[in-house]
Design a binder for this molecule. Structure first.
Ligand SMILES: Cc1cc2nc3c(=O)[nH]c(=O)nc-3n(C[C@H](O)[C@H](O)[C@H](O)COP(=O)(O)OP(=O)(O)OC[C@H]3O[C@@H](n4cnc5c(N)ncnc54)[C@H](O)[C@@H]3O)c2cc1C
Length: 445
């Protein structure tokens, strides 16, 4: 009997956990498991904002996928296309750009999501994002560069522009990133940039809704808002960013914010490879799955995580795109593949109600909603850290991150700028904005 081929696409929360579960629970003599991912590592995204602020090192959050492949093959490649009829996946090899086809009996789609700029090219070209480890490194370098050049100008207007950081999107990622960089910039300026005037630092959070953190209850959203405002963040609600340049952001109410750093967390969508699949999709392009997490019309294809739309029958809405859900779904995918291999038609249904949601909002503060209780401040921050530390997939990463946090309790912020900054030449800054020759003498330095 030939071995059944299981092919997993994507090595993030969904794909990596399906891989682990299958290897643990399947008889690998009768099955062959292959995982394909564009990066050769798993990335623990919830701590990404802490890489942007230098609190954690990029390598602390990344774990090589090969470490998880006890009985599986790994290909680092881009998935180019999926042929559901012929059960073939075409991948593009990194070293020569040639395509290579992989057959499957069971396919697991776990390729996550991509940033959605809603077709706004100006915003796409002029913003930083926070989805990958490279994004976090670029953003950190940009923040450091803005502090360095801000410290060299005697012009108040120019210093303000360099030190204005605008985050668009007030969901988890947006709130966590503004909380993190607000603390990082203010602390670093006090620590090492005597020529930066504190009142020239502007941290702005833009929400298209009338609140922030809509995923949490009203009370917690309000308490996060009060805390961030107390820490110096200006929160603007009920507006959208509609245009941007190298040194400004324009809002839907007409306000133009002079700033050289725009961070976009305004939405996600699926990659063109997923939206082009010949199957049912939701409005955002995610593939529709049934209660067993199978693609409608293709019972041999499972989808989970951010690229899948699974209906929560209790709420009538799709489950939210979170790591928590991808993790829970991975168990069901494993159980159902195992049953299908054994010819058992009594598959398991996916149903999960999160026991809590939490977010960090800056300097040792957080908000959490746990089993119906609302928690704020340092306790929520400790719970956040403990929970996510325990969910890191390897012992080594737990130690590295635990040690990194401990070191940060005792030492100042690391201000080294290593690596590339997203190319941002700021050639739009006009002569009018430039300091006078006298200012350029840096008499105050
Ligand atoms: C900054 C940030 C903070 C977050 N914080 C939290 C949090 O606190 N709690 C929480 O629950 N969730 C959080 N999330 C959301 C969480 O990261 C996602 O919901 C989760 O990662 C989804 O898992 P996934 O497997 O669907 O996708 P991912 O984890 O994104 O994995 C997708 C994988 O597919 C690979 N891939 C994509 N396209 C291709 C291709 N064409 N070919 C080959 N490989 C491909 C990618 O490289 C990646 O390995 C956060 C996200 C971000 C960006």
């Amino acid at each position: 009997m030939s071995r059944k081929k299981i092919l997993i696409l994507g090595g993030g929360f969904g794909g990596m956990h399906v891989l682990k579960e299958l290897q643990k629970n399947l008889d690998t003599k009768n099955t062959s498991i292959t995982i394909v991912s564009e990066k050769n590592y798993f990335l623990f995204t919830p701590m990404l904002p802490e890489v942007a602020s230098g609190m954690l090192n990029p390598r602390d959050l990344t774990m090589p996928l090969r470490e998880f492949c006890d009985n599986a093959k790994f290909f680092q490649a881009d998935v180019f296309s999926i042929d559901l009829e012929q059960k073939l996946v075409t991948i593009t090899r990194k070293f020569d750009g040639k395509n290579h086809a992989l057959e499957y009996d069971y396919l697991v789609l776990a390729v996550g999501s991509i940033n959605n700029f809603f077709g706004n090219k100006a915003i796409e070209e002029n913003s930083f994002t926070i989805k990958t480890v490279e994004d976090a490194i670029e953003l950190r370098n940009q923040i450091l560069l803005m502090m360095e050049i801000g410290a060299q100008t005697g012009s108040v207007g120019l210093q303000k522009k360099f030190l204005t950081f605008t985050v668009v999107g007030a969901g988890f990622a947006g709130v966590e990133i503004i909380g993190e960089i607000n603390h990082f910039v203010r602390k670093s300026v006090k620590q090492a940039y005597p020529t930066i005037i504190e009142k020239n630092i502007n941290m702005i959070l833009i929400s298209s809704k009338n609140k922030i953190l809509p995923e949490l209850n009203q009370k917690l959203g309000e308490s996060a808002r009060t805390y961030l405002e107390k820490m110096g963040v200006r929160i603007i609600t009920n507006v959208r960013a509609i245009d941007a340049g190298e040194s400004h952001v324009e809002l839907s109410d007409g306000e133009i914010i002079p700033c050289t750093t725009l961070i976009w967390t305004g939405g996600v969508t699926t990659s063109p490879m997923i939206s082009a699949l010949n199957c049912e999709h939701d409005k955002g392009g995610r593939v529709l799955v049934d209660k067993y997490l199978r693609l409608k019309g293709h019972p041999e294809v499972y989808a989970l995580g951010d690229c899948a739309a699974a209906l929560d029958v209790d709420t009538g809405k799709f489950y939210p795109p979170t790591a928590q859900h991808a993790l829970r779904q991975s168990k069901i995918v494993m159980q159902n593949i195992k049953k299908a291999l054994a010819g058992d038609e009594n598959l398991n249904e996916f149903s999960y109600h999160s026991k809590g949601m939490m977010a960090t909002i800056g300097n040792r503060a957080g908000v959490a909603s746990l089993m119906g209780h609302s928690i704020t401040g340092v306790l929520a921050w400790i719970i956040w850290r403990t929970y996510y530390l325990s969910h890191l997939p390897t012992f080594e990463s737990k130690v590295k991150i635990g040690v990194g946090w401990a070191i940060n309790l005792f030492f100042g912020t690391d201000l080294t700028q290593i690596g590339e900054t997203k190319s941002k030449n700021l050639h739009e800054i006009t002569f009018d904005d430039a300091p006078s020759l006298k200012d350029q003498l840096f008499t105050d330095l």
